[in-house]
Write a protein that binds this ligand. Structure first.
Ligand SMILES: [Zn+2]
Length: 668
């Protein structure tokens, strides 16, 4: 993944922009006053969370992604914006040249060491006499040989230096062992010793199946802590990993659902019983990065959390905190509202299933595998779950208690995107509280939180373990995994965007290969009453910059080769060019039709964009009408007229283009 993509994955454009622009939510998008032009009363500036882009429908009619927003807002160049946002996202920028090669090699060496360590611990588990207890423990969990091998279960000897000695013998230094978390260092005493001793070792692999760390379970009943993980290292970042995802991802796609559990054993047990769409979080509350990753495979999440699990506790704690401090704070950390918002913004379906008291998935499946799917089928939507929990021990005579429950649940209901679903929960809450729905709708909330987006503090964006409002899935590196664009499992919604993205990418790719196409395309566009391709046509800042570079190189008369172009680009743009070059160039036989097909492609993506904008403006127009804001109504009507004019012109140009190509086809 490119660095810019990584940054975009970690940051949410809505969070970043809302720090300087006051945004109001309307449906799936946000609007506000444009910071780049003098404003009337009408909010013409829009942020689209699902594409992570922004656009101004007003005087400047500019738009783009996170990067060019920050560039414009703070007057930075691309590089400066990159450094700033990388820092904020906690992404390390590679130093160009030899440095990054060295770093890559070091990274590889660490990965090799961890893979070797997984083998070492696995062999000990299988064969060492000292591992008898470990084997007995696993036997007790009725895990079979196949499962043990698939997850490479291991064992660490009860020794302060067995692992160290073993890997020192293989040429690894203490320092290297410390860096991957196999050795623990006590800087005060200057001592180093094996981190994992007399524990069951479970290798934790990343999405690509590389071992990045270990989870280690104590084998003695009073072993403390019960679970010991690898420390945070270059490779091991708990907040972005999900245990078992490397093996489960294919099955998540097939099952169109992911089940999120608490423990390693739960994942293994489920796998062994044939339930393979199961992953585990690792002792932290579910993070945004984890959910974003999962979103690539499915939109249906089922959280199957132990009754006493940290995650569920955190959810309810969030509500408790809200109850206690409702007047004092507008911050609710990882809580049910976070999940509901997440649901809305990800267009996901998040459900929660409560496991019977004292049971975990491991135990349930071991005792009766058939019970598992039945249990999952009972998973409840977040709002229903919370209403259930909040009202479970509410005294029907306790009027104040009812108000307190209502005050906590109502914001949650208001956050639900779908109007029918929202209405359903108003009724549901009225029913369980035994009050009139109209009364509920008049309950005064201590704060008007429904329309106020919380601002992430510097701390919340920096600490990875914390739940923040989610962001949409990243656009895939194209072509997505080398696949056709249609195979993206996460569904219908982003397809238009992917198509647009691919069209934009393909346009640049062909211009790289055939720079003369650039002028030809612009000429044809002008013939059909359209403007030349400009930076405004592109969504990604890298692409905007690339287009400018290609244009500059071609208009000053020099014939641009890819090599020449690359010489003038810095590393980030270079990696964009490299990924563009993975798209196929136009074959010789179709070369004379290249300009025509690029023109059509440009027209298509322009049309897609405007269609989407029309939807947004229509929504706002409706709102403005409802609120009787005549000035806004006039503005949006004017915008819509202009857009439909543009659409008409695009359609005319498309028709003319297809007529041309038809004629040509007939002539030949
Ligand atoms: Zn503007």
């Amino acid at each position: 993944m490119s660095v810019t993509q990584e940054i975009k994955n970690r940051l949410d454009i809505v969070d970043v922009i809302s720090e300087t622009v006051q945004l109001r939510k309307s449906g799936r998008t946000y609007s506000g006053f444009c910071p780049f032009h003098a404003n009337t009363r009408t909010p013409a500036f829009h942020v689209f969370p699902d594409t992570q882009t922004w656009h101004c429908f007003g005087a400047c009619s500019e738009g783009g992604d996170l990067f060019n927003f920050v560039m414009k807002q703070e007057g930075l160049d691309f590089k400066e914006a990159l450094v700033k946002l990388a820092d904020r996202a906690g992404v390390t920028l590679d130093q160009p040249g030899a440095g990054s090669q060295k770093k890559k090699a070091a990274y590889q060496k660490q990965a090799d060491l961890l893979a070797a360590a997984a083998d070492y611990f696995h062999q000990l588990f299988l064969h060492a006499p000292q591992a008898k207890n470990a084997r007995r423990y696993v036997d007790g969990r009725v895990l079979n040989q196949e499962t043990i091998a698939a997850y490479k279960i291991g064992f660490a000897l009860n020794s302060w230096d067995a692992c160290r000695t073993h890997f020192n013998g293989q040429g690894y230094s203490d320092q290297e062992l410390v860096e991957v978390g196999l050795l623990t260092e006590n800087p005060d005493k200057g001592t180093r010793y094996d981190r994992f001793r007399n524990r069951l070792l479970i290798p934790i692999r990343d999405l690509d199946g590389r071992v990045v760390g270990f989870g280690a379970r104590a084998l003695e009943p009073d072993g403390i802590p019960k679970y010991l993980n690898s420390p945070q290292t270059n490779l091991f970042d708990k907040s972005s990993l999900l245990y078992g995802l490397d093996m489960a991802k294919r099955h998540i796609r097939e099952a169109r659902q992911v089940v999120i559990v608490e423990g390693y054993m739960d994942v293994m047990q489920a796998w062994q019983a044939g339930f393979r769409n199961v992953v585990a979080q690792m002792g932290t509350a579910l993070t945004e990065r984890q959910l974003t990753q999962l979103k690539r495979y499915t939109k249906r999440f089922v959280l199957a959390l132990d009754a006493d699990a940290a995650g569920m506790k955190a959810t309810m704690r969030g509500l408790q905190v809200a109850r206690e401090t409702l007047d004092r704070t507008d911050e609710v950390k990882f809580d049910a509202r976070g999940l509901v918002r997440h649901e809305g913004r990800l267009q996901a379906d998040i459900r929660i299933v409560t496991l019977p008291d004292g049971n975990d998935p491991d135990k349930i499946i071991r005792e009766d595998a058939a019970a598992w799917p039945k249990l999952l089928a009972q998973a409840k939507p977040v709002a229903a779950y919370v209403i259930g929990v909040m009202t479970a021990d509410l005294d029907p005579q306790d009027a104040k208690g009812k108000t307190a429950v209502a005050q906590q649940v109502i914001p949650l209901i208001k956050d639900i995107e779908d109007p029918v679903e929202r209405d359903h929960y108003w009724q549901e809450l009225a029913r369980v509280l035994g009050v009139d729905e109209r009364a509920l709708r008049q309950v005064k909330l201590p704060q008007k939180r429904a329309s106020v987006r919380r601002r992430p503090s510097a701390q919340s964006s920096a600490s990875p373990g914390q739940f923040r409002p989610p962001m949409p899935p990243p656009p895939p590196d194209f072509p997505p995994n080398g696949d056709e664009m249609g195979v993206r499992p996460t569904g219908r919604r982003p397809r238009g965007r992917i198509r647009s993205n691919l069209r934009q990418a393909n346009y640049l790719r062909q211009c790289l290969a055939f720079p003369r196409a650039l002028a030809q395309v612009n000429h044809k566009l002008k013939q059909h009453g359209q403007t030349a391709v400009s930076e405004a046509d592109f969504d990604q800042t890298e692409d905007k910059i690339l287009l400018r570079q290609i244009q500059e190189k071609t208009t000053d008369g020099s014939v641009v080769t890819i090599e020449e172009l690359c010489d003038s680009l810095d590393d980030i743009l270079l990696s964009r060019v490299q990924s563009l070059l993975t798209l196929p160039p136009t074959p010789e036989s179709e070369r004379d039709r290249l300009a025509d097909s690029l023109v059509l492609s440009v027209l298509n993506w322009r049309k897609e964009k405007i269609v989407k904008q029309v939807t947004e403006q229509n929504k706002l127009l409706k709102e403005a009408r409802t609120s009787g804001d005549l000035e806004a109504v006039a503005f949006y009507q004017q915008q819509l007229r202009e857009m439909s004019r543009n659409l008409l012109e695009i359609d005319r140009a498309r028709d003319a283009m297809s007529a041309v190509s038809r004629r040509r086809a007939e002539e030949t």
